[in-house]
Ligand binder design. Sequence first.
Ligand SMILES: *[C@@H]1O[C@H](CO)[C@@H](O)[C@H](O)[C@H]1NC(C)=O
Ligand SMILES: [Ca+2]
Ligand SMILES: [Ca+2]
Ligand SMILES: [Ca+2]
Ligand SMILES: [Ca+2]
Length: 415
Amino acid sequence: MLTGNCVLLFLWCLLDKSFVSPMHKWGKEHHGGPREHRRPGMAALHRVKRGWVWNQFFVLEEYMGSEPQYVGKLHSDLDRGENLVKYTLSGEGVGSIFTIEPTTGDIHALRSLDREEKPYYTLKAQAVDIFTGKALEPESTFIIKVQDINDNEPKFLEGPYVASVPEMSPVGTYVTRVTATDADDPTYGNSAQIVYSVLHGQPYFSVEPKTGVIRIALPNMDREIKESYQVMIQAKDMGGQLGGLAGTTTVNITLTDVNDNPPRFAKSVFHLRVPESAPLGSSVGKIKAHDLDTGPNAEVEYRVVPGDGSSVFDIYTDKHTQEGIVLLKKPLDYESRKLYSFKVTASDPHMDARFLQGGSHSDSALVKLSVMDMEEAPIFSSSEYSMETREGAAGNAIGTVNAHDPDTGHSPISW
Ligand SMILES: *[C@@H]1O[C@H](CO)[C@@H](O)[C@H](O)[C@H]1NC(C)=O
Ligand SMILES: [Ca+2]
Ligand SMILES: [Ca+2]
Ligand SMILES: [Ca+2]
Ligand SMILES: [Ca+2]
C-alpha cells in the first residue's frame, strides 16, 4: 500500500511538472481563490496554492444575505469541463455549514457564522473520477477562515472601578487604570483598536487614549470642598473613529485627606463663668477650634499664652472631641479677682509643610473668665474668746464675739 501511494504521488508529480502547461499548473486566477473582502490598506492575504487547492478560503461572519454565501471553488487542472471530476469535502462543518456542488466544486456557507465563536474551519478536499471513484488529486487540507466584522463593542470586564488619590496632588498624578477588551479580531482592521476618553469627569480627570491610565487633570483638588467623583470612561473601537462601537464604565474616585488645614477658632472671644469654689485641677470650661481635615490630620493642640492667666489656668485637648479643656491651677477668690482674660492658641502639630506658606498653622482666641461669688462660711475675727461671768447673772450679756461674712452684699449672719 505504501509503495502504491509513493508511485501515485510520483506519477502526480511527474504529471504536474512535465505535462502540464504553466497556466494549467497554477490554475486560472479566477477559480478556487478566496474572495477579496479586504478593504484597501489591509495587509495582503497570505494565500498559497498548496497542491491543487488554495490553502485558505474566506467567509464573512454574520452574513445576512438571503442566498447561501459563496465561499470559493475547488478545481483540479485535470477537470476539463467534461463533468468527469467529482469534488467532495470532509471535515469541520461539512454538511451542516459548508456544502459543495460535486461537479462545479463551488463551496457555499449555509448559515451565518460568528468569528468570535469559531474563527476558522479545517476541511479536506478530494477530486475523484466520477465513474471509478479513484482519486485524481491527493487529498488536500485547507481552512475556511471566518472574516471579522466589527460586531463587538469594547467591554470593561472589571468595572465599575473604585480608586483613591490624595487631595492636592499635582496634575498628572496616577489615579488608576481601566482596561476594556474587544472580542473582534485584533490582527485585522480597527475592529478591536480601542481608544479611551472621559465622558464625565472633566476637567478633574483625564484618561490616556491608548493605555486607559487615569490621571489628575486639575491642580489643588480639595477634599474639604469635594471628596468623591464619579468618572465615566468610554472605550471606543475603530480607533475612536465615527461609527465605532463603544462601551463605558464608571470609576468612583475618592480624594484622601492630607493635612492642609490648620485649626480655626469659630469666634475670637470665649466667655467662661467659674464659681470661685471650683476645686484645683478641675475643668472650668471648654473651648473649640475646628480643623477641617480628618483623623490625625484634625488633631488640635491648645496652649495658654504665657502672661496674665497662664499661672492660674492650663488647657489640654480632649482626645475624643478635640476640644480644649481649661483647668484650674490655683484657687480662685472672687473677693480678690473677679475677671481673668488670657490668650489661648490652637495649633496643628502635624501640618504638612507644603501648605504652611502664607498661612499660619495655628489660630488664637481670647478667653474671658468671670469668677462667680459663692456663699462662704463666716470667719470669726478671733479663734478664742475668754469671758467672765458672775453667778446669778443669767439673762445679761456677758460679752460680744465678732464675725464677718467675706461675701459681698450684706447678708446678715444668722446664728
Ligand atoms: C460609586 O458611587 C456611587 C454614588 O456614590 C454609588 O452608588 C456606587 O455604589 C459606587 N460604586 C462602587 C463600585 O463603589
Ligand atoms: Ca469591536
Ligand atoms: Ca467580529
Ligand atoms: Ca489639619
Ligand atoms: Ca485635608
